[in-house]
Write a protein that binds this ligand. Sequence first.
Ligand code: B12
Length: 291
Amino acid sequence: MSLEYIGICALPFSPDLKHILQQSGPVPLCPDDTNMRLNAEALLPGVRCAIVILFPYGPPAAKSNIAAYAQLADYHIISRRYLSILEKFLSSLCPAASFYAAADTSPLCDRWMAYAAGLGFLGKNHCLINSKYGSWITIGTLLTTLDLPPDHPVSQQCGNCSACLKACPGQALKDGGPMQFTKCKSWLTQKKGILSEAETGIIQRTPLIFGCDVCQQVCPWNQSAAPSPLPEYKNGRIQNLARQDFELLSNKNFRIKFGNYPFSWRGKNILLRNLDLQTQKDKKSSDQPMD
Ligand code: B12
């Protein structure tokens, strides 16, 4: 396997995580009930620990209108494949053991598990930052009933750097506090329904039409991050998504063409809306009178 960063997160979680979740409040795509976000036992009875794996996807294409992770084959699918290989291997060694694999899909906190497993530190941009691959990584977890010796968090921190706090297009990040996802461009590009003027303004601040990478692009740890070793990410990177690439496709054909990319999950209308917002912005700036 081309995976270098695998660690063990002890269970149950430390009380620090409960405190962070309570401070943060509800976030999209996750249950509001904090207890559900801490209850690994509910997902796998008899669970003893989580095996945590990092999946590097950097470095991103220099100029793109889609977030780096979304330019590539869907990490949900890729990481689940690796987790399944590991699960089969461990099952062959220990037939009595049980497993529960997830990548972004379980109610548990993937970043916390990676941090507790010693795979990186939690940055001011809220991302898990690894010393070799920076934050250009996604996280996969394999809960298990195996009793494996836990790893320990690294002591690294952001220190005085606050590049991400200053650069965030929606000013969603706060030093020492929870992030306000309602101002995070990544969320707004995926949000359905009517957007307020403030929300469209945040989307228009940078050219991306899906996701946002600003808080990662300015992070010093990402300036010399190593390229992904995963063969699945060597080819197939979509650099730019233009209107003519998908506007006339039926929803079915859109899924056939782009269903393997993470940006497809919200459907084509959200992408078209975000493209329209960029066009409006370009028009507004070209309508400005020249001095
Ligand atoms: C909901 C969600 C979102 C929401 C809300 C994000 C948020 N920060 O809460 C939205 C849609 C905005 C989003 C955006 C992104 N996401 Co997201 N998302 C999730 C999801 C499903 C849950 C996150 C969650 O629990 N949030 C609540 C808070 C409390 O938890 P947290 O984000 O894990 O934060 C940890 C640290 O920030 C820290 N912490 C909390 N408060 C404080 C305060 C300080 C001062 C410090 C230092 C630390 C700290 O402790 C937390 C405990 O884990 C996870 C998958 C999962 N099940 O965990 C993916 C996940 C976090 N997302 C991921 C990714 C890749 C992204 C994007 C980079 C995608 C993009 N390019 O647009 C952006 C990054 C935005 C950002 N700066 O956080 C990866 C993170 C990889 C990494 N290197 O960290 C995850 C882990 C998915 C995966 N399995 O790979 N995401």
